[in-house]
Design a protein around this ligand. Structure first.
Ligand code: PBE
Length: 579
């Protein structure tokens, strides 16, 4: 069809820009609020030694379920502790509990409302369908813009994803209350409020609980996704394992998630009708637990208010909350930065937040607009240096190294099978300025393909050099593999277009960093132009170098390090050290 493409994307973009601007302060407030809940919850859950919490949860499971389940809980939690995943589990637990709390606070009233009016129900149900079928990933994008990176956008996204069952089941449960009971209550002259709270809700509780149980399970299923925007916890462990193809570690973290899921599921299913209800009344047990937690919160609140008096605002650590905004967990710059924290004695106080390159850029944009302090992992070539005034922090201990090259790696056997394509890949060579030009166009709204085509048209001489003497292709397919870093999106698209122009059929595949190297080594993909050497990707290169062919640099003078906006008055990584 020859119709012009509808401007849905740009419309949504503009809408989100508008919301970000108008509701900025509100979002900041919500974000701070949720963050505080999470932080204190994590602290409360981590107050005593882990065995204390293990025993407490086990007893609760015993009370609500049975011996077998309690034993399983005990062993399962001990296992999580033993695997070194305890802290991650607490983070996950806090995330899930917070998102469920919000789900109940928002979802139950909406469900009640829907149950009282058919019109409301007719409006809400399709919205719920939409919210549930839209991939959870999609919510993460605006969530980053609204709430920055970290656990908050993760919670918000999982709330949107998980709230539907609670609303539906509340509505359903109330509607299922037999009509004669309602008539009876009306006959005795009860008000609507009395009807809802004294008749409908109590009779609907078990259905509502079933809805909440589903919401818990859904938000648990969001934790891996939430880690893409920097939420810590078991999800981040899984994500890291994926990006480094650490099969065993991925399995451990997955197992921990399964254990948590089973425990939360059984607990929430039986909370209302605990097995040992006859032995001890519910209200005692639950009040006792609530009391313990409230005590914990009070303790944390008191001890932290005692601390805040001594904060020094001139010190950059306090300004940025001791956070460095990172990218994908497997990226070379992440391990380099961990090294930096160690070498400069910062590992105690500072944390490197994991997330993604896209989330990092969104966070930078947000801080830059408000002239807020921010420290990020950054690299050149990158368009951000064109768009914002940024500077690298000096690295007197030279952990990041001076500068490095980006190499082209191809699978063994490519040369024999597709000599022409291999030659082009071998001759592919350009400068940081070239690469940045493509990136700037992409950032300006062009698709990577368009930006690549534009660059190729502008620099025919360079492209000719890459093509010199290379045999033309006859439509053979060649797979190029890359990670979604802006620099590699640019280079891979350019070389892909050039191969296409020369008669090949390139297939671009985006993966995580570990799989990128592995797929060249085990010959599942043909080529990559994204190996930062000798430093950044050293570990991956060493692991796979025997099984691949290194065609040497396609770009010289790349660099990575810690980057801050020029409006910040620190100049060196040493300035991060507390006096
Ligand atoms: N980077 C960009 C990557 C390589 C390309 C510096 C973010 C990394 O750190 O692995």
């Amino acid at each position: 069809m020859n119709l012009e493409k509808l401007p849905i994307a740009s419309g949504v973009d503009r809408f989100i820009d508008w919301v970000t601007e108008v509701c900025g302060p509100l979002f900041n407030w919500i974000s701070m609020f949720i963050q505080t809940i999470i932080d204190t919850s994590v602290e409360v859950l981590g107050l005593g030694p882990s065995i204390l919490l293990i025993i407490l949860i086990t007893l609760l499971v015993l009370y609500t379920n049975n011996w077998g389940m309690a034993l399983l809980t005990f062993i399962g939690l001990l296992l999580i502790d033993n695997l070194g995943l305890w802290d991650a589990m607490i983070q996950t637990l806090a995330l899930v509990l917070a998102s469920v709390l919000i789900t109940v606070i928002v979802g139950v009233p909406i469900g009640i409302w829907a149950s009282q009016s058919n019109t409301v129900k007719r409006i809400i149900m399709p919205i719920l369908d939409f919210m549930q079928t839209m991939p959870g990933f999609v919510y993460l994008i605006p969530a980053i813009l609204f709430f920055g990176i970290g656990v908050v956008p993760g919670i918000v996204a999982s709330f949107i994803f998980a709230v539907a069952p609670t609303i539906r089941m509340t509505n359903l449960g109330i509607r299922e209350v037999p009509a004669d009971l309602i008539e009876a209550s009306q006959a005795f002259g009860s008000t609507t409020w009395q009807k809802i709270t004294k008749v409908q809700l109590p009779l609907a509780v078990s259905t509502i609980m079933a809805g909440i149980n589903q919401s818990i399970m859904l938000s648990l299923s969001m934790v891996v996704m939430a880690s893409l925007v920097g939420a810590p916890g078991l999800g981040a462990e899984v994500y890291r394992a994926v990006s480094q193809i650490a099969v065993g570690e991925g399995f451990e973290a997955g197992l921990a998630l399964v254990i948590i899921a089973i425990i939360l599921d059984r607990l929430s299913q039986n909370l209302r009708t605990p097995v040992y209800e006859r032995v001890i009344a519910k209200k005692w047990v639950y009040s006792f637990i609530i009391l313990i937690f409230l005590g914990g919160y009070a303790y944390i609140a008191l001890s932290s208010s005692a601390e805040t008096g001594t904060k020094d605002d001139a010190y950059v650590g306090n300004q940025v909350d001791y956070k460095i905004v990172g990218i994908e967990p497997g990226a070379g710059i992440m391990s380099a930065t961990e090294e930096v924290l160690k070498k400069y004695g910062l590992e105690e106080d500072w944390t490197l937040q994991e997330g993604s390159s896209a989330a990092m850029v969104a966070e930078l944009q947000k801080a830059y607009d408000n002239q807020d302090p921010i420290i990020l992992t950054g690299w050149t070539p990158h368009w951000k240096f064109q768009k914002y005034d940024l500077k690298y922090l000096d690295d007197p201990k030279n952990v990041y190294g001076q500068s490095e090259n980006i190499h082209t790696l191809v699978r063994k056997g490519l040369k024999e099978e597709l000599p022409g394509a291999e030659q082009i890949l071998d001759q592919f060579y350009w400068t940081p300025a070239d690469m940045e030009e493509v990136m700037v166009d992409m950032e300006g709204g062009m698709t990577p393909k368009e930006a690549a085509a534009k660059w190729i048209e502008k620099y025919p001489n360079k492209v000719d050099q890459w093509l010199t003497g290379a045999e033309k292709g006859e439509g053979q397919s060649i797979s190029l593999i890359y990670v979604a870093w802006e620099s590699e999106i640019a280079s891979t698209n350019v070389i892909g277009e050039v191969l296409r122009m020369h008669g090949y059929s390139p297939e671009l595949k985006q993966v995580e960093i570990g799989p990128m190297f592995a797929s060249i080594a085990n010959q599942k993909a043909d080529a990559m132009v994204a190996a930062w050497l000798p430093l950044t990707h050293n570990a991956y290169y060493d692991k796979y170098k025997e099984d691949l062919t290194d065609l040497g640099p396609n770009l010289k003078g790349a660099k990575s390090g810690l980057v801050v906006p020029t409006y910040m008055d620190i100049d060196s990584i040493e300035d991060l050290v507390k006096e």
